[in-house]
Ligand binder design. Structure first.
Ligand SMILES: [Zn+2]
Length: 322
């Protein structure tokens, strides 16, 4: 058997070949002492591979721990401080021309303390920034008044929920007056659909705030529907209403709906008995427009609504600071 020199197949560090190896042809490798030489070589390669994967695994574990740690910390902060973060990290101030309209026209805002006014203003600006307002029908352009009053109505309803901005509803469509719906083949004053639209007729919206003691308010009514839908849709604002409070509310609502259906309109108009969703929307209208009368009529239902919306319109600051 002819001896030949070591073939340079391996680097110097890993090479265990020596002159004692017999190599005949590259395609027919037969080594003397094959067992003795190959085992340390395989062990070396294996140990290098194991080392590589071990380092990769440790790195992946470390990255996983860092990501999870970040998620855990974020989750803990959100759980305990989300409302505070949303309330106090409002950066953008309300633009002066919007603020002027709020001061002149929005009763709910006028009754807030100076501190809450500032929070309200910033939340209104944030709502405006988040939404697309679309004119339809007789409305050719969206005015600042339209934007700020609709935003104010939304923030009025969610003032107890600093993190709720109706995220699912990103388009607000505005008609001048009652509009015809091809789907229902009826005229509507407003509607909310699960595709993310809030549709309002401007004259009816304004009327709701002009006649603010009748328990009828289109803006609050439609936004109340949107609030319930928002609570049920899995997004950042999902499930913010306390389930137990909602359950108790439904129980009392059922009793009141039965009463309206059998006796006719009670404190609540007959339309409230249409179904549980319309009942909730009508309750919201009366909660803000006739809180004292509502409280006298059904204290338990009123208090449940204060828990549900996390605010009480019967408690107003004794002095307004400015
Ligand atoms: Zn409705």
């Amino acid at each position: 058997m002819e001896r030949s020199k070591l073939l340079p197949y391996f680097s110097s560090k890993s090479c265990y070949f020596s002159e004692s190896i017999n190599v005949i042809q590259p395609h027919n490798l037969i080594f003397e002492g094959y067992q003795i030489i190959q085992i340390p070589l395989l062990l070396d390669i294996t140990s290098r591979l194991v080392g590589f994967w071990l380092i990769a695994l440790v790195l992946m574990l470390l990255i996983g721990v860092i990501i999870n740690f970040y998620k855990i910390i974020k989750g803990v902060i959100n759980y305990f401080f989300k409302d505070h973060i949303n309330q106090y990290l409002l950066i953008t101030r309300l633009k002066p021309h919007f603020k002027k309209i709020l001061i002149q026209k929005f009763g709910y805002y006028q009754q807030l303390s100076a501190e809450n006014k500032l929070v309200f203003e910033k939340r209104v600006q944030k709502f405006i920034n988040m939404k697309e307002f679309i004119p339809r029908g007789g409305i050719k352009t969206i005015t600042p008044e339209m934007k700020v009053l609709i935003a104010a109505s939304a923030i009025q309803l969610t003032f107890g929920y600093p993190g709720v901005y109706f995220r699912h509803f990103w388009k607000i469509i505005l008609y001048e007056n009652d509009y015809y719906s091809r789907i229902t083949q009826k005229y509507h004053q407003g509607e909310v659909n699960t595709r993310g639209f809030i549709i309002l007729s401007w004259t009816n919206f304004v009327k709701g705030y002009d006649e603010h003691t009748k328990g009828r308010n289109l803006g609050l009514h439609e936004l109340a529907h949107a609030l319930k839908i928002e609570n049920a849709i899995r997004n950042d604002e999902y499930n913010f209403i306390d389930e137990l409070v909602l359950k108790s509310f439904y129980k009392l609502a059922g009793e009141e709906i039965t009463k309206i259906r059998s006796e006719g309109a009670t404190f609540f108009r007959f339309y409230a008995s249409t179904n549980i969703h319309e009942f909730f929307a009508v309750v919201v209208e009366n909660f803000f427009e006739r809180p004292d009368e509502f409280y006298k009529y059904n204290q338990e239902l009123f208090m449940l609504t204060t828990n549900l919306l996390k605010q009480n319109p019967r408690i107003r600051p004794s002095t307004t600071d400015d």
